[in-house]
Design a protein around this ligand. Structure first.
Ligand SMILES: Cc1cc2nc3c(=O)[nH]c(=O)nc-3n(C[C@H](O)[C@H](O)[C@H](O)COP(=O)(O)O)c2cc1C
Ligand code: SF4
Length: 447
């Protein structure tokens, strides 16, 4: 079958093909067509895997040494929660008899986020190498990459890269002549946002309806087919070869304490040059905004700093902040998946929240009452405020519904639906009050 990959060719600012990265590791040297094995090897690819296996003339590394290096690096999961990767790897019961699994989460459904698809389409071998290193460290023989169903071309690209890696002995039995064997398979989902939640992903991978499991037990003890499983995000695995090649300390020093390395931010919304930007964690937001060409269409009003689930922050806070997990959490939001949604002064926050709340009520899997009923309730109340039918007690109602969803659900989608509401009401309450009292938009009147 001939694939039409034309829409994945370099277009400059829409993707990662530009020179406006800082200290790039994952996207360094990519041009849109150099994704093949030979290109990756020419960039130094698979040297980290060969290093740990000791097939490059060196001593090799033990499983504990690899995990220690990842712990030292302060690499934190790039899928949203920012959990320390080395620590997660240490939870895998390596002595467990029978199968254990490694899963890559390439579901990438968080609105605004578009980095994992770039990594998979343009540098797939870096993910394969990162997964092979992780599998070695945790004593795993089988892995899956769960790829979002709406980017089928990326799935096929990854399959092609898997074929190359197998043929060259970087996957399969006795990798590079060593005793280590690892089989890796691609799996495509069907486009549901909830399948990015790790336990819903596992259900979907097993061929069932993608609904989250109650935790505990956590995937480390009860994952795919009930066996110990480690799940990491695409970008998390892509960071690993650099850490092994250069050392955990060097990676840590690229970022900030507790926030090691670089991060790919998808800067979207009202900016002149949207795209994916790889920069060190701890880079000032003002610098990132500059890399994205500055605000388009007016002055900066607000930013959602970590994908649509993250609470919005006002311009003034953002212009003083650095882009790392701890600084953004301290300011009352989260770095999340790294989608930075920039909003200019002409954006109505009621309308913006209406769009976000529609998304969450649509994507709720319906298992738990607070999320199933609450997300629809939030959307309906915001809808009437936006359309001039808001009631005097609606803001108290929104506060109450959001509060009663949070922490009372099986998975974090409930929190993800509630947090944007709380953030908007905290920082832009006056706009909601205006809509209710005057039945018109405050922003529309000022432009
Ligand atoms: C509703 C929901 C959607 C999620 N979607 C994704 C996703 O698309 N990709 C992802 O890597 N993590 C996603 N996560 C987080 C995963 O559950 C999990 O924490 C992550 O894959 C772990 O990898 P990491 O430690 O490398 O970040 C989602 C979580 C929730 C609650
Ligand atoms: S919180 Fe929502 S998405 Fe998550 S399990 Fe409950 S109903 Fe489903």
């Amino acid at each position: 079958m001939t694939l039409d990959l034309s829409r994945f060719q370099a277009k400059g600012t829409e993707t990662c093909f530009h020179d406006r990265h800082l200290g790039a590791q994952i996207v360094a040297g990519l041009n849109g067509s150099n994704w093949r094995l030979a290109d990756y090897v020419a960039r130094g690819g698979y040297s980290a895997l060969r290093k740990i296996l000791g097939v490059d003339g060196g001593e090799g590394m033990t499983q504990d040494q690899v995990i220690a290096e990842v712990k030292l690096s302060a690499l934190r999961g790039r899928g949203g929660a920012g959990f320390p990767t080395g620590l997660k790897w240490s939870f895998m019961p390596r002595m467990f008899p029978g199968p254990k699994y490694l899963v890559c989460n390439s579901d990438e459904g968080e609105p605004g986020t578009c980095k994992d698809r770039d990594i998979l389409a343009y540098n797939p071998h870096i993910v394969i190498e990162g997964m092979a290193i992780a599998a070695y460290a945790m004593g795993v023989k089988t892995g899956y990459n769960y790829i979002h169903g709406e980017i089928f071309e990326v799935y096929e690209r990854f399959e092609a890269a898997l074929d190359e890696a197998r043929a060259a002995g970087f996957l399969g039995d006795n990798i590079q002549g060593s005793p280590f064997s690892f089989q890796l398979h691609a799996f495509h989902g069907f486009g549901a946002y909830i399948c990015g939640e790790e336990t819903a992903l596992l259900e979907s991978l097993e061929g069932k309806k993608g609904q989250p499991r109650f935790k505990p037990p956590f995937p480390a003890s009860f994952g795919v087919y009930g066996k110990p499983t480690t799940i990491n995000n695409t970008e998390t695995f892509a960071a690993v070869p650099w850490i092994i090649n250069n050392g955990g300390q060097a990676y840590l020093e690229c970022g900030k304490p507790n926030n090691g390395g670089t991060k790919i931010f998808s800067v979207v919304g009202d900016v002149n040059q949207p795209g994916n930007f790889e920069v060190p964690l701890g880079t000032p937001f003002a610098k990132l905004l500059e890399l994205a060409g500055g605000v388009k269409g007016g002055a900066l009003k607000a930013v959602i700093p970590g994908g649509s689930s993250a609470p919005v922050l006002p311009a003034k806070t953002m212009m003083d902040i650095t882009m790392d997990y701890d600084a953004i959490a301290k300011a009352g939001s989260m770095l999340g998946s790294g989608a930075v949604i920039v909003m200019n002064e002409h954006r109505c926050m009621v309308k913006s929240l209406l769009r976000l709340s529609y998304f969450y009520q649509h994507e709720s899997c319906g298992q738990c009452t607070p999320c199933r009923e609450g997300t629809g309730w939030l959307w309906r109340v915001i809808h009437r405020i936006e359309h001039g039918q808001g009631r005097a007690d609606d803001l108290a109602l929104l506060d109450s519904v959001a509060h009663n969803i949070k922490g009372r659900t099986i998975c974090a989608l409930g929190d993800a639906a509630a947090m944007p509401v709380e953030g908007m009401l905290k920082h832009f309450r006056d706009e909601f009050v205006h809509h209710i009292e005057h039945k018109t938009c405050m922003v529309a009147q000022t432009v």
